[in-house]
Design a protein around this ligand. Structure first.
Ligand code: PMP
Length: 306
């Protein structure tokens, strides 16, 4: 918290904190994977997440307490100090603290920073095809509250979509843009398999430009020779694709089995989705030497770590 490591019980904030009052915060969701053979915890794409945090902070006219390299080291150290030896989640938050004046001027509040971590297994049931429903809650627009940034207050938008979809009996929500095009899942990006190619909505379609999305685009082309097209997707196209999946730090690679009650493929994990899922889950644990540079080791004293 700030630039100190403190016990969780002491990491408290004032009720006057602007992040609490008005949602003025930017955050990241980062996973660390335990590699049993090496007795090592690997953080997946940590510098990229912290770079995105920095970019989100710039949108809210906020400064991070240190440069990206130093932030990487602080996050690594936090995980090490917690001695986590299982799959874990890391949550850094840059936020506006006490106001110097009442109002909505972002510059009238001080910049603060906190990060915490905890053990975390699966987020979505990834062993089967998910049932997803197109939400009647529309994704926020870039020129209203930019979805490109992970801004605390803007998560009321996917929260409404996800909660309603769960209460309607779906596993997950898909959100459309205010233009009516397909945007993304509540906290994940969407890919479709159409005629053997991957299709995903472009970064200009009011999505959070996911780090997993970028990872999938890269490995799909590099490892599986798949063509990836970023293009606008109509809602009705969802109902006739060969395969569909969601991806994100939390969601990892999660197959979609049905959309609005219409089955996709045979309703289970499609063959291309399965290949990408298996490759992804191996890679994030530091088991693929080619992508080891995406995995930051946490424990400095682990056996056999290079
Ligand atoms: N969209 C939204 C709205 C999200 O919150 C997330 C999770 N960060 C994603 C997509 C996936 O992004 P990433 O792959 O960077 O976790």
């Amino acid at each position: 918290m700030g630039d100190k490591f403190v016990p969780a019980a002491e990491a408290t904030i004032s009720v006057r904190t602007m992040a609490f009052n008005s949602g003025w915060s930017v955050f990241e969701g980062i996973r660390a994977y335990w590699n049993e053979e090496e007795e090592q915890l690997f953080v997946f794409r940590l510098p990229e997440h912290l770079q995105r945090l920095h970019n989100s902070a710039r949108i809210l006219r906020m400064e991070l307490p240190a440069d990206i390299d130093e932030m990487v080291e602080r996050c690594r150290s936090l995980l090490e100090r917690n001695n986590l030896r299982e799959d874990s989640y890391l949550r850094p938050i840059a936020y506006k603290g006490l106001p110097t004046k009442l109002g909505v001027n972002l510059l009238d509040a001080v910049d603060e920073f906190v990060a915490y971590c905890f053990p975390q297994g699966r987020y979505l049931p990834t062993e089967r095809g998910l049932s997803v429903g197109v939400s009647s809650w529309v994704r926020i627009q870039d020129n209203a509250a930019p979805p490109r940034a992970k801004i605390g207050g803007t998560y009321v938008n996917p929260a409404l979509a996800k909660t309603d979809s769960l209460l309607q009996g779906f596993d997950e929500a898909l959100m459309l843009t205010s233009e009516g095009n397909v945007a993304e899942g509540s906290t994940s990006n969407l890919f479709l398999v159409v005629n053997g190619e991957l299709v995903t909505p472009p970064s200009t379609e009011d999505i959070l430009v996911g780090i997993t999305r970028g990872t999938i685009m890269e490995i799909a082309e590099e490892e599986f020779g798949l063509k990836v097209r970023e293009r606008v997707v109509d809602r009705s196209e969802l109902y006739s694709v060969d395969e569909a999946f969601l991806c994100g730090t939390g969601a990892e690679v999660a197959a979609i089995g049905s959309v609005d009650g219409r089955r996709i493929g045979d309703g289970n994990i499609g063959p291309i989705t399965r290949q990408l899922q298996e490759f992804y889950l191996d890679m994030v644990r530091g088991k693929n030497p080619k992508y080891r540079h995406w995995c930051t080791p946490v424990h400095t004293s682990a056996a056999g770590t290079s």
